[in-house]
Write a protein that binds this ligand. Sequence first.
Ligand SMILES: NC(=O)c1ccc[n+]([C@@H]2O[C@H](COP(=O)([O-])OP(=O)(O)OC[C@H]3O[C@@H](n4cnc5c(N)ncnc54)[C@H](OP(=O)(O)O)[C@@H]3O)[C@@H](O)[C@H]2O)c1
Length: 303
Amino acid sequence: MALLVWLITGASAGIGAALVEEIVRRGDKVIAANRQVGQMADRASENVSLLDLDITSGPKVIASKVKEAWQIFGHIDVLVNNAGTFLFTPFEDTSDDEAERIFQTNVFGQLHLTRAILPFFRQRGSGTITFTGSNQLSGNMPSTTYYNMTKWTNSSLAESLRKEVSSLGIRCVAFECGGVATRLFEPREKDKIGKEDKSPIEAYVPGFTAASQDLGEWGMPPGDPAKVAKTMADVVKGEGMAVGRVWSSRIALGSDSLRWWKIKRQQEDVVMDRWEDVTLSTDRDDAVLSDKLDRFALIAGAE
Ligand SMILES: NC(=O)c1ccc[n+]([C@@H]2O[C@H](COP(=O)([O-])OP(=O)(O)OC[C@H]3O[C@@H](n4cnc5c(N)ncnc54)[C@H](OP(=O)(O)O)[C@@H]3O)[C@@H](O)[C@H]2O)c1
């Protein structure tokens, strides 16, 4: 495939940093974006340009950053919506500031970036938008409710948006990663907001402790950031493992991700069957279902 220009958010660490390395190794060009990009100064090179971008800075700032980014190499082929944060706390015990913060980072930041780049991609008639999603979609661990909600949006956005933009030459994909050995689970000093000095709600302590123990016993996450990056690059470029495959808007990465997908699928069948008569009880008496509805249910790549 031709050499590409990538804009990657959250490029300072973990999966984003590994992807920058992988892309440069393939000869592509990267705009590596992060808040406090000064900390990455040593990574700038002829093929790596740095962009100071806090994805919580709102639609206007983000739109002007995308414009600036577009001018660096004259265009962008791939937007990697990768920056994200984690939150491990019971739902009710989460402060409003923490809840807002994770949505600003994991949801609105990605929406603003995606909306800002779409006019450029439309004009060019091509572009790829990726989201670093999560297998929390299939796992839904307790005490990670906010994180889970945000990561559902990544997959949902990739799947729905693709149906709107594929005819315009634009592709979307959510990589639904299992656990990857990064610093995601270590709280960042700069993300510590709104956690007042208050004791946890007693009622949730046993559940939270059990979830923490489960996580501890889980051990090191199976995912290798370098391998995740390599596979993402293969998929976007249609190279290596992705040669000849039909594009999909959702791809699970990691053996744990696949295991959760499979368990969840079986369980969904059980629940659907168990409740089927209840499910069917709410239609109007004269309702007729159009076959056309079926196409909205399709995951691109399943055909
Ligand atoms: N690791 C996993 O197990 C796993 C599993 C599924 C999905 N994911 C997803 O993968 C993505 C990357 O995470 P990772 O595992 O590589 O974790 P990571 O090592 O913690 O990297 C997260 C990156 O996002 C950046 N970031 C956070 N808030 C930001 C903001 N407001 N503006 C700009 N950049 C910001 C971080 O920058 P700083 O260095 O400045 O904090 C860092 O570069 C996330 O979306 C995460 O949800 C990870």
